[in-house]
Design a binder for this molecule. Structure first.
Ligand code: SF4
Length: 203
């Protein structure tokens, strides 16, 4: 349900504004602990990523190819051993760029570089019916709806129509695992399967 309170004169007041106004007044204002400021700052980078979705799509394709080239190295060391350092980097890079929640099943290239796990309802197949008239989320009124942004980002991408693919529900058991390594290992397995001659074919 939308929590916008209509004002008699001027713009509507959001729930976030009401909560801020109702907060007890104090002389102590710790530096940089406002969740609102943190959120707004991360929106800025998140929205930049959506605006540059085509560039990031191009970059990610190169990056994925490079990771796949390194498959023999990952395999030699052991995927289990490289998981911790790769996950450390992935979490920080994607956390900064996309506010990644490390679901482990990345679909950024199908969602205009807008991470669907930032949707408070964690919808993976489009927006709910509660998007506000200004394109913001009904649960977090100050946050642009991730699916509105996903649509905008997809329109800039070469393979933007991937947004039309129906996504599987999130597998929560894959949380906090590396999507980079998973995609690489799966691509390597598919490549090896394609290169292996099929036996038992009928004459
Ligand atoms: S879809 Fe998953 S892995 Fe990709 S950015 Fe979002 S939370 Fe991270």
């Amino acid at each position: 349900m939308s929590e916008i309170t209509p004002a008699k004169d001027g713009p509507a007041v959001t729930q976030a504004t009401l909560v801020k106004k109702a907060a007890p007044k104090s002389d102590y204002k710790p530096a940089d602990v406002s969740p609102q400021r943190r959120v707004q700052r991360s929106f800025a980078v998140r929205l930049w990523s959506v605006r540059h979705s085509r560039l990031l799509e191009w970059f990610y394709a190169r990056f994925a190819d490079t990771f796949l080239l390194l498959h023999p190295l990952w395999k030699g060391i052991g995927y289990g051993r490289v998981e911790a350092p790769v996950k450390f980097v992935e979490k920080r890079v994607k956390g900064f760029m996309f506010d990644c929640r490390m679901c482990g099943q990345c679909i950024l290239s199908s969602t205009g570089m807008s991470c669907p796990m930032n949707c408070p309802k964690q919808l993976r197949n489009g927006p709910c019916g509660g998007v506000r008239a200004n394109g913001n989320c009904e649960v977090e009124p100050d946050m642009p709806c991730v699916w509105v942004k996903a649509w905008e980002g997809s329109k800039n991408m070469v393979n933007g129509d991937k947004i039309l693919a129906v996504q599987k529900p999130v597998d929560q058991s894959l949380r906090e695992t590396s999507a980079w390594l998973r995609v690489t290992a799966q691509a390597a397995a598919a490549r090896e399967a394609a290169a292996t001659p099929k036996t038992g074919a009928s004459a």
